[in-house]
Design a protein around this ligand. Structure first.
Ligand SMILES: [Zn+2]
Length: 260
């Protein structure tokens, strides 16, 4: 599909000119790192790599929260752009995963099915193949990711178990000592009218930090270089020059969806 990388010609590595006459020293080409990061972004959430990039040099309010619980209220477009931005900077090994409330319900129903009960959920039945042993259980889906993002508002059919399924997922995460982001949307906030709402879950998340669509990053850019014209470079996070360049690639026009 894509034409070969002009830097490495598709080999995936480049030869480093180190001035010596020893055997050639090679390094992995940026195109490989970029592909790995895009693959990881897609693994975490399908289609996420196609989200609209943030402006060059922008920072996302999500970035400060990758290690802690968080409530996010944002539209899918805003959230996807900011999550893509965040994931591109976390690198190819970042174990984040986005699941929907509907995914959690199906997983929970699989848990129930394993216990021999009947499936009584319209959304799950619509998936034709009845919830089976091949489906992940709630623990399977909730427990492993380094960061679990629960997207609320995808499940359409009311199920009286949904609030407790969400709460159970939160407690599974807390038990694992791993961070969770709960993402609702401005036109369907997590309040008493929400399909997934419970007082238990609400109180559970009461002290979590919050990010809302349009929030800016508050802290000023550290260490703006003297003579800078004000457009501060993205703050490096210590991964060395190569991955910094990959971040730039992910930021700019050459990243994401553009194909030539
Ligand atoms: Zn290359």
């Amino acid at each position: 599909m894509d034409s070969p990388c002009p830097t490495c010609g598709g080999t995936g590595f480049t030869v480093v000119e180190d001035g010596s006459h020893g055997p050639p020293v090679t390094q992995v080409c940026l195109c490989v790192l970029k592909r790995q990061i895009i693959a990881n972004i897609e693994r975490g959430m399908r289609g996420l790599s196609e989200a609209v990039p943030l402006d060059r040099g922008a920072r996302s309010p999500l970035q400060a929260h990758v290690g802690n619980d968080l409530r996010v209220t944002a539209s899918p477009v805003w959230f996807a752009s900011h999550l893509r931005h965040t994931a591109a900077r976390k690198g190819a090994d970042w174990g984040f995963r986005v699941v929907t409330d509907a995914d959690l319900m199906v997983a929970w129903l699989a848990t129930v099915a394993l216990q021999g009960s009947e499936i009584l959920d319209a959304d799950a039945r619509a998936e034709a193949a009845p919830v089976s042993l091949r489906k992940l259980t709630l623990v399977d889906i909730s427990s492993p990711p380094e960061l679990l993002v629960v997207r609320l508002g995808v499940k359409a059919a009311r199920n009286s178990a949904m609030p407790e399924v969400l709460y159970e997922a939160l407690t599974i995460r807390a038990h694992e000592g791993k961070p969770t982001w709960v993402w609702d949307q401005p036109d369907a906030p997590f309040d008493g009218a929400h399909l997934s709402y419970s007082r238990l879950a609400d109180e559970f998340m009461e002290r979590w930090p919050r990010v809302r669509e349009g929030d800016e990053v508050r802290q000023p850019q550290p260490r703006v270089r003297a003579g800078s014209t004000g457009a501060a470079p993205p703050a490096p996070s210590g991964n060395g020059g190569a991955s910094r360049s990959v971040r730039d690639m992910m930021l700019g026009d050459t990243g994401g969806g553009k194909r030539r």
